[in-house]
Design a protein around this ligand. Sequence first.
Ligand code: ATP
Ligand code: MG
Length: 406
Amino acid sequence: MNAYLVGGCVRDKLLGVPVKDRDWVVTGSTVEDMLANDFSPVGKDFPVFLHPKTHEEYALARTERKSGVGYVGFTVHASPEVTLEEDLARRDLTINAMAETDSGDIIDPFNGQQDLKDRLLRHVSPAFIEDPVRVLRIARFAARFNFQIADETQVLIKQMVDGGELEHLVAERVWQELSKALQTPQPSIFFTSLRQVGALRVLFPEVDRLFGVPQVPKWHPEIDTGIHVMMVIDQAANLTEDITVRFASLCHDLGKGITPKHILPKHTGHEASSIDLTQRLCERLRVPKELTTFALKVAEFHTDVHLLFELPAERALQVMEGLDCFRRPERFEQFLLAGEADFRGRPGYETVEYPEKRVFAECYTKASEVNAHQFVEAGMKGEEIKTAMHTARIEVIDDILSQYRK
Ligand code: ATP
Ligand code: MG
């Protein structure tokens, strides 16, 4: 039996980035051999085992053939005769189709090392078109490493898109890849890469539609909404690792894609559509509940951060209550980060002071210091306490805001 390190770990080592998990391919071996050597079987669809000590994954070398529609219809063939090169040939990208021997030699039949140097994502074989998940993966790798998609691979992907292949993707896989893409340093590249090959329109039509929609002239000099949203998600990625904030940043302006032109120049007016489209996107992709709830709140309230110095104190309090942030303080922090990313996601605003964030935080701190205690002491009960707290909170907020109103 021969074992080789393969795939992502070889790629990441050559790139000099931290290796997450190490995967192995085994040639010249059978399921029985593996079991006799105390490996434990884990594969459902093909023979994969865990090493008895390291618990790393060892897969028997295999070939795959398309046998049905979508990305599930594959016939797997694993046997001791399948060579390492044959196993590498079934992989998606040249940079993912390299192996390393135990003496440290790189086996690279598809010139993955050259593509790593050239920062190119290139398909291994025409069989690339057999699995639409690869379209999402390639866009995600583009965002993760800031690589380009090779021209001939773009041609293949366009064929897949035109052939309706992406319609076979299931929600779970789309969300899985989207959530990983949102964890990359520059998530915008995931979307712009998909757009470049015509896949954004199919996979995320509500994002695609933002391109070409002009922004409010006063606030967003000379850019369209698509570019703005791309800048916002990169700013969010810059400000926080929190995928809740990053996902909300993606959704915050979705409504602008379907808002009538006469409403767009006003500051507000797209929120109802943004909420609606965010809701539908989250249902379609089965986005986790907490991320959905927060994205909906940001779609509803993000304009209020920017308009803070024009807001009545009642509205500022309504935003805090709407976010449920007296019970969940982390929510307000996340909300302000999403607001900041929105503010910074415009050319020229990347490093400008944003006092609204600081002042809104101050309003929140003071408002949360108002508690039931003093009103209970004064002999109030039930509804009466609630009303008194509400009034007291508005007062402290108004005290702060009145210093900043023009
Ligand atoms: P990551 O660091 O995100 O895990 P990875 O390249 O290791 O990246 P995995 O999903 O762990 O990705 O897959 C391991 C390897 O299996 C890949 O490097 C690639 O060779 C192969 N592979 C994974 N998914 C596919 C696919 N859909 N089509 C072809 N090959 C694939
Ligand atoms: Mg991996």
